[in-house]
Design a protein around this ligand. Structure first.
Ligand SMILES: C[S@@+](CC[C@H](N)C(=O)[O-])C[C@H]1O[C@@H](n2cnc3c(N)ncnc32)[C@H](O)[C@@H]1O
Length: 435
């Protein structure tokens, strides 16, 4: 089957417009990339044109015959066979630096991509400025719409003043693009944002920037919210009903809501750039793409603050609709249309979806150490965070030698002569009288 005109537009736009403006030539040349190249070299040629190094390209493919065909092409890239959710974690080796994940799947973001976003964002935490493209086929993805409804309820609990303008405004843009179920499209975006937020909390906890118990409290609280809503919920579920349930929950759980928004979880990754695009794929299904760039924060922020920043970005992010002929329509609606009544039907089917999956904080030691290394050493020098950690350990363990202190930190610190000397000096300073 030939590529659709929309697909060709999206691919060219991503590699010729977005990549050169979001990644440096140095990153492109030296870092690793992951793509689902499929059964033609089109994407690979665009990678060449952008300056990526073939030996750093990883192609992942679930179809056995396409994988075999790829192996006969002499592309000079690493070819991996398997599904994203199985194979991607094996490809992301802690010692490798990736700057691009182009996860060009067919199927819903929820079923295909959400489960690996923890690993992807973990890699982003090690390489600030990493670009991640994710795709979702708009079709029979009921589960993703329900997850979007739940995510909307959680966001409304944290910050209604930030999320509702995003929900209305995105819906309005889809309406202008000709979609007859614009709210459902916007709910897919809302779930995408929730997935980034949730996975971001998990890896921030993995990097020990927030407590794993905080994330357990978060899970318990959002479960409690949805249990509360699901008891009251009847078909059709209208926006005004959902908002009413959330407000009832808030009034009965003021302290919990405050902890959820401000204290329990911390976020280290910002979505620093975002573009959204919709095109028709070869089977005439719409593909919703999120092209995002993630940067690492020096100090973590709360759920409420992160949501506020991310919502501002969602509102200002460029959005284009690509026609079946491949023509681009930029939909730059900036005015947020707030409907007078909140009678919008979010879901009109009788069944209520209850199979939500939670993320867990994994204690992946290898990953933790890799993250810490990048946070403690930068360009062969200790970072402020690294110095702070060493000084803290020096005071906590006053009888430990320099070697013993360094043994508590990632191995790469003690393997580096310059870092070892610098650490010894900081330990001595920290242990001086009055320090
Ligand atoms: C949309 S095509 C890729 C097109 C290519 N990126 C381009 O721009 O020309 C997706 C390819 O990935 C494979 N694929 C789809 N879903 C996958 C998944 N979840 N894991 C691994 N491979 C997948 C498909 O068999 C197909 O060959």
């Amino acid at each position: 089957m030939r590529d659709s005109a929309g697909k060709r537009f999206a691919r060219n736009y991503f590699y010729r417009r977005i990549i050169p403006s979001w990644l440096s030539t140095e990153q492109i040349r030296t870092n690793h990339v992951i793509g689902l190249l499929g059964k033609s070299p089109s994407e690979l040629y665009l990678m060449d044109e952008a300056g990526f190094t073939r030996g750093h390209v990883n192609s992942l493919e679930s179809d056995q015959s396409i994988t075999e065909w790829q192996k006969t092409q002499g592309w000079g890239v690493k070819i991996h066979h398997g599904f994203l959710y199985d194979e991607l974690p094996k490809i992301i080796k802690p010692e490798k630096t990736f700057c691009l994940f182009n996860l060009d799947v067919m199927g819903s973001y929820l079923s295909q991509t959400h489960s690996v976003m923890g690993e992807v964002l973990c890699s982003c935490l090690k390489n600030s400025g990493t670009v991640v493209a994710t795709y979702s086929s708009v079709g029979r993805d009921t589960e993703m719409i329900w997850e979007g409804i739940r995510a909307l309820a959680i966001f409304v609990l944290i910050s209604p003043e930030d999320i509702l303008p995003v929900f209305y405004s995105l819906s309005r843009r889809y309406e202008r693009a000709g979609y007859t179920e614009p709210f459902h499209l916007a709910l897919r975006d809302i779930f995408w944002l929730y997935s980034i937020m949730e996975n971001g909390f998990v890896i921030s906890a993995t990097a020990e920037q927030s407590s794993p118990y905080g994330f357990q409290h978060w899970n318990a609280a959002v479960t409690k919210l949805w249990d509360f809503i699901s008891i009251k919920c009847q078909a059709p579920l209208r926006l005004e009903d959902l908002l009413g349930f959330v407000e009832e929950f808030r009034s009965a759980n003021l302290k919990l809501v405050q902890n959820l928004a401000n204290h329990w979880v911390q976020q280290l990754l910002d979505i620093s750039s975002l573009q959204r695009l919709v095109y028709k794929n070869e089977t005439s299904l719409s593909q919703l793409c999120h092209f995002a760039r993630f940067t690492v924060r020096q100090t973590p922020i709360s759920a409420k603050w992160w949501l506020e920043k991310s919502c501002a970005l969602m509102l200002s992010a460029p959005f284009s609709y690509i026609t079946e002929e491949g023509a681009e329509h930029k939909i730059d609606e900036t005015v947020t249309i707030i409907p007078k009544d909140r009678n919008i039907i979010l879901w009109d089917d009788a069944g209520l979806y209850l199979r939500f999956r939670h993320k867990e904080v994994t204690q992946n030691k290898e990953m933790q150490m890799a993250i810490k290394t990048t946070r403690y050493i930068h360009e062969n020098e200790l970072t402020q965070e690294g110095i702070g950690k060493i000084k803290l350990l020096a005071k906590q363990h006053r009888d430990y030698t320099v070697k013993e202190i360094l043994a508590l930190l990632p191995k790469s610190l003690s393997e580096n002569e310059k870092i070892r000397k610098s650490a010894a000096a900081h330990i001595a300073v920290a242990r001086r009288k009055n320090n």
